[in-house]
Design a protein around this ligand. Structure first.
Ligand SMILES: Cc1cc2nc3c(=O)[nH]c(=O)nc-3n(C[C@H](O)[C@H](O)[C@H](O)COP(=O)(O)O)c2cc1C
Length: 449
C-alpha cells in the first residue's frame, strides 16, 4: 500500500474535488465560500504549486536552505510518500480534522486515541473515533491500553473486522489520571508489562500484516528514562517504527523537547524507522529536526492546531520546494468554516455538538491576525453554521498573513508537573501484586494527552 502525496494521489484529488463550497441555500454568505474551490486546485494531479499564481497568493518563498528531500517512510507494507505523521490528539484529530489536513498534504494521519477496553466493548464513542472517511488511506488507529489481553482483543477486532491499516500504541500520555493508574507514559517503566502489550498487538496485527508502531516519551523523569530500552524492546518484538516525543512525563508540555534523545534513539535503532516528535511549529522546524536527529519522519501535534495547511508546507519542504502557505485572513476564516462543516459530518449532523467543538479551535486559527474581541466572543458561543458564516463575514478578508505573529508555539504548554504515579511505581521495573490488580481497572475513563 502506498500513501502518495496530495499532488499525485488520485484519491486525494477526488477527495478534494468533493469539497463543497458552503451551500448558499443553507445561509452561508458567498464571502465564506471561495476557500474550498481555491484549495481544490491544490490537489490537481501534477500541479506545480510555486508556478501557480493564484495559489501563490497565500504563500511566500522560504530560503533555499530550508528544504530537504526526504525519502518515503516505510511502515511494513505501507509506504508513506511524505514522511510526516499527524500526531494523535484526543479531541482534535477526529475524522473532520484529519480530512482537512489531508487536503493540504500527504502523510499518515492518526486518529484520536481509543481505549482498548472501550473498543472491545464497542462503546458508541469508541466506534465513532475509529471511523474513517472512505477515501482515508491508510486508516490509522491509536490504541491506549495497560493490559496485554485487552490489547490483543482490541487489535484482533480491528484486524478481523478490517477497521485499520495501521495501529499505533500510546505510551506517551502524561495526564495524571492516566499515569496515576500506571498507563501512558508511566507504563514503559514496567518493562515486562510494556513488552507483553507490544507483543500482543504485534502478534494479532501480524495475522493480516498490519504494522504496529509505538509512540512514547523519554521516560518518567530525568532519573527514570526509558526510551532506549523501550525502543529496543519494541524493535525486537517487531514494531514497524517507534515515535519519540522528546519530553518526560514530568516535563509535561513545558520547555523544549530534547531532540538530542531523539537522535540517540535514531542511532540505537538503525534497523527500523524512528520518528521524531516535539515542538515542530513549521516546515523549517521539521527540516531542522531531520537534520539534527537523522529521523526518518516527523510527528506533528500542536503545530497544526488552527493550521492544517502546515501539512502542505511540510510536503513542499520534504519534496525540496520552498513554497509555503501564507493565508490571508479571508482564507483562514474559510478554513475555520470548512472545519466546522466537516465536524457536523463527523458528529453525524449534530450541528450544536460540532459548533461547540469548533470553539476551542478559534483562537488557534486567528493567532496573530487582527480579529477583534467582538468577533472572537461571538464565535465562542456560536450555535450553528449559519450564525458562524454571518460572524465570519465580518472579518477583514484582505488582511495579509501576519508573519511571525501567526507562527511559533500554540496549544498546551505550562510548567513541569510532578508525575502522578501508583504507590511505589518507581521502586522496581516489575509490577508487584498490588500494582497488577490496580492496572486491571486502569483503562476505564481515560482520554488522551
Ligand atoms: C490536545 C492534545 C491531545 C493529545 N492526545 C494524545 C493522544 O490521544 N495520544 C497520544 O499519543 N498523544 C497525544 N497527545 C500528544 C501529541 O500526540 C504529541 O506527542 C505532543 O503534543 C508533542 O508534539 P507537538 O510538540 O508537536 O505538539 C496530545 C496532545 C495534545 C496537545
Amino acid at each position: 500500500m502506498t500513501v502518495s502525496s496530495s499532488t499525485t494521489t488520485p484519491e486525494r484529488g477526488a477527495a478534494t474535488d468533493g469539497l463543497s463550497a458552503a451551500d448558499p441555500a443553507a445561509g452561508a454568505p458567498a464571502a465564506v465560500d471561495p476557500h474550498a474551490s481555491h484549495y481544490a486546485k491544490s490537489a490537481g494531479a501534477g500541479r506545480r504549486i510555486a508556478d501557480d499564481e493564484q495559489l501563490h497568493e497565500g504563500r511566500h518563498a522560504a530560503p533555499t536552505t530550508d528544504r530537504l528531500s526526504l525519502p518515503a517512510l516505510t511502515l511494513g507494507p505501507i509506504t508513506v510518500d511524505v514522511p510526516v505523521v499527524l500526531a494523535p490528539m484526543a479531541g482534535i484529530t477526529n475524522t473532520a480534522f484529519r480530512r482537512l489536513c489531508r487536503e493540504y498534504g500527504g502523510g499518515l494521519y492518526v486518529n484520536e486515541m481509543v481505549t482498548a477496553r472501550a473498543l472491545v466493548e464497542r462503546k458508541p464513542e469508541s466506534m465513532r473515533i475509529i471511523k474513517h472517511d472512505p477515501d482515508e488511506v491508510p486508516r490509522s488507529v491509536q490504541l491506549y491500553s495497560v493490559d496485554p489481553v485487552t490489547t490483543g482483543a482490541a487489535v484482533r477486532m480491528l484486524v478481523e473486522e478490517d477497521r485499520a491499516d495501521h495501529i499505533d500504541l500510546n505510551f506517551g500520555c502524561p495526564v495524571p489520571k492516566v499515569t496515576r493508574r500506571g498507563g501512558g507514559s508511566a507504563l514503559p517503566w514496567k518493562s515486562e508489562l510494556f513488552a507483553s502489550i507490544v507483543k500482543a498487538a504485534v502478534t494479532e496485527a501480524g495475522r493480516k500484516d498490519i504494522p504496529v508502531t509505538v509512540k512514547m516519551r523519554r521516560g518518567i523523569d530525568e532519573d527514570h528514562l526509558t526510551f532506549l530500552d523501550a525502543g529496543r524492546t519494541a524493535r525486537d518484538l517487531g514494531v514497524a517504527a517507534v515515535a519519540l516525543h522528546g519530553r518526560t512525563t514530568r516535563q509535561f508540555y513545558s520547555g523544549t523537547a530534547v531532540w538530542e534523545d531523539i537522535a540517540r534513539l535514531r542511532e540505537a535503532l538503525p534497523d527500523i524507522p524512528v520518528l521524531g516528535n516535539g515542538d515542530i511549529w513549521s516546515a523549517e522546524d521539521a527540516i531542522a529536526m531531520v537534520e539534527q536527529t537523522g529521523v526518518d519522519g516527523v510527528v506533528i501535534g500542536r503545530g497544526c492546531q488552527g493550521r492544517p495547511w502546515l501539512f502542505g508546507d511540510l510536503q513542499a519542504a520534504f519534496e525540496g520546494r520552498h513554497d509555503r502557505f501564507r493565508p490571508t485572513l479571508g482564507m483562514v476564516a474559510d478554513t475555520l468554516y470548512r472545519h466546522a462543516e466537516l465536524l457536523v459530518d463527523t458528529f453525524e449532523g449534530d450541528e450544536l455538538k460540532a459548533l461547540r467543538d469548533i470553539r476551542k479551535h478559534v483562537a488557534w486559527y486567528f493567532k496573530g491576525y487582527p480579529v477583534g474581541s467582538e468577533i472572537r466572543t461571538a464565535l465562542s458561543t456560536v450555535p450553528d453554521l449559519a450564525t458562524m458564516a454571518e460572524i465570519l463575514s465580518r472579518v477583514d478578508r484582505d488582511q495579509p498573513y501576519p508573519g511571525l505573529d501567526a507562527e511559533g508555539p500554540r496549544g498546551r504548554s505550562g510548567a513541569p508537573k510532578r508525575p502522578h504515579l501508583p504507590d511505589g511505581w518507581l521502586d522496581s521495573r516489575e509490577l508487584n501484586a498490588e500494582q497488577k490488580a490496580m492496572i486491571a481497572a486502569a483503562e476505564l475513563d481515560v482520554s488522551g494527552g
